[in-house]
Design a protein. Structure first.
Length: 256
């Protein structure tokens, strides 16, 4: 066999590629369950942080986080169009439910984009007395470079912010990426998401610093992210949009 021939070199290179590719595929499949478990734990931790049940810098073992989540947080699926909880469904059913909603919208000439997000996850955090203490809403939308995902928790009055987290994004580190900074997220606590007529106004991310002497700014806005105007505007927009999507249901449970 001529090991110097082009044919031999090509076959050898192909063989090496096939072997390495197979090994990588096997490794990826083997690691997938662990990666999915870590991703789910991170999601649960961020919900707990938004609800004020865990501090951002607090170190807890995975088992402790899972136990706390199971004890204090109950998840459900919400039909935002009807403003009602869908019985017997979990977050695993969301993709299929929204797929059916899109098909129905397409057949009737409806808004397919809105239908794709008709069914949303929602969670209720219980207080020490076991009664609903906070509502945890998933929020997401476009920043500058990426889709930003997070959770916004509301107090019992369903007006004031309990906490917020932005845990998944691809924004510029040190600029838009500061949306995940616990110190910036802490500025959201206590902000009102409703106006005087109890209509959704959201929380605005101001360009610059909030003027505490202006009541509307003090009540409804937070300091902007330095050098990240597009990210800031994106967060303002999708937080309000998501709150509006959940509002039909929240009105039914909001204290009178």
């Amino acid at each position: 066999m001529n090991t110097s021939s082009n044919g031999y070199v090509l076959c050898f290179a192909i063989g090496v590629c096939v072997v390495i590719s197979s090994m990588l595929a096997v490794t990826a499949n083997a690691l997938k369950p662990a990666q999915e478990a870590a991703k789910e734990l991170d999601r649960q931790k961020n919900m707990l942080i938004a609800a004020g049940l865990v501090q951002p810098t607090e170190a807890k073992a995975p088992a402790e986080l899972r136990s706390l989540f199971e004890q204090r947080v109950k998840e459900a699926v919400l039909d935002t169009q009807a403003g009602q909880i869908v019985a017997g469904k979990t977050s695993k059913d969301l993709a299929d439910l929204n797929k059916v909603a899109v098909a129905e919208a397409k057949a009737s000439g409806g808004d397919e984009k809105a239908a794709a997000r008709r069914y949303r996850g929602i969670a209720v955090g219980a207080g020490a007395d076991g009664k609903p203490d906070t509502y945890i809403l998933p929020i997401s939308g476009k920043g500058l470079w990426s889709t930003i995902k997070g959770y916004l928790a509301l107090e019992r009055d369903l007006d004031h912010v309990r906490g917020v987290t932005f845990y998944e994004h691809g924004e510029t580190p040190g600029l838009g990426g500061e949306c995940e900074n616990p110190n910036w997220c802490a500025l959201w606590k206590g902000k009102s998401v409703l106006d005087e007529q109890h209509r959704v106004i959201g929380v605005g991310v101001k360009k610059g610093k909030v003027d505490e002497a202006v009541p509307a700014e003090k009540k409804h806005k937070v300091d902007g992210l330095s050098g990240a105007t597009i990210t800031s505007n994106g967060i303002t927009k999708f937080v309000k949009s998501d709150l509006e999507a959940f509002d039909k249901y929240l009105q039914t449970v909001r204290p009178k």
